[in-house]
Design a protein around this ligand. Structure first.
Ligand SMILES: C[S@@+](CC[C@H](N)C(=O)[O-])C[C@H]1O[C@@H](n2cnc3c(N)ncnc32)[C@H](O)[C@@H]1O
Length: 272
């Protein structure tokens, strides 16, 4: 896909995606919060959902944190119409949340990124420490043990088979297995609740939602660098993205479907 910066921005504007994040932010009830952290805020889609729901006062602060400078720049630009003085952008790894967030906060929202963390205990411990007693931690992820819907396994194998064949035939390329980012074992919902409970958090709500993902969703995730690198390690972005996209078109056409289901895990916990 030429002209793409391979950021998360295109995908994050999908309506189904913003709806599933809105559901989590609604479950966290941030309305009367003064201090909220949006961890791994990316290009600001979730930050916007928080700002739309918060009763803003002079003291309202939304801390939008991400380690990607490109993502933060896009977020700043995208949120200009709504951010006012309420957003503080922090370029940092979530591993350094205790340095980035000094005063305690009402809610920490962490959408679609907890699965990236190799040491989840350390980060959840620090998130818990950053919360006031009674403060909330809300996260969601589709990359957990169970995220792949049982009716979609044919879809994934066909998609990958076709994408790799296109990569080889059209572009004469192969992924470099040695460049593969070590894949992390995905946690089950129970392991996620144990992780929170042993770090001073009590589960308030836990829910799995099945989301119907349209073809545009997969086309757009195929323009996101993290996804491309994870699926086709070592392949140049342009070619990898094009092969993934063509693979999706062929798979949807062959399966004659308009949507493919994917499960999302939502958890809200409260600081004891
Ligand atoms: C899939 S995007 C999610 C963005 C946003 N939270 C959302 O749900 O729309 C993942 C984001 O996590 C960020 N990220 C991944 N690992 C991180 C880390 N260790 N520290 C900070 N940000 C991280 C990436 O830069 C990216 O912006």
């Amino acid at each position: 896909m030429s002209g793409s910066d391979y950021s998360f921005s295109t995908f994050s504007k999908n309506e189904f995606y913003s709806q599933l994040n809105a559901r989590l932010v609604d479950m966290a009830e941030v309305g009367s919060d003064l201090r909220v952290v949006d961890l791994a805020c990316g290009t600001g889609g979730v930050t916007r959902l928080i700002l739309e729901r918060i009763n803003r006062t002079r003291d309202t602060v939304v801390i939008a944190l991400d380690h990607s400078q490109t993502a933060l720049k896009a977020a700043m630009e995208d949120l200009k119409d709504i951010s006012g003085n309420a957003v503080r952008y922090v370029q940092s790894g979530v591993e350094n949340v205790s340095e980035a967030v000094k005063d305690s906060v009402d809610t920490v929202v962490f959408c679609n990124a907890i699965h990236y963390l190799p040491d989840k205990d350390r980060v959840v411990h620090d998130i818990s420490a950053a919360l006031r007693t009674g403060g909330k931690f809300a996260f969601n992820t589709s990359f957990y043990e169970g995220g792949q819907h049982e009716e979609s396994s044919a879809f994934y194998s066909k998609w990958m088979f076709k994408a790799f064949r296109i990569l080889r035939k059209e572009y004469g390329l192969k992924p470099n297995r040695a460049a593969k980012v070590e894949s992390r074992r995905q946690l089950t919902p129970e392991e996620y609740s144990d992780l929170l409970e042993r770090n001073g958090l009590t589960i308030l709500k836990q829910k799995v939602d099945t989301v119907q993902v349209p073809m545009e969703g997969w086309l757009d995730i195929s323009t996101f660098s993290d996804f491309i690198e994870g699926t086709m390690p070592g392949v140049p972005m342009n070619e990898a993205s094009a092969a993934l996209q063509e693979g999706i078109r062929q798979t949807y056409s062959e399966l004659n479907v308009t949507h493919v289901p994917r499960n999302w895990l939502d958890i809200i916990a409260v600081k004891r």
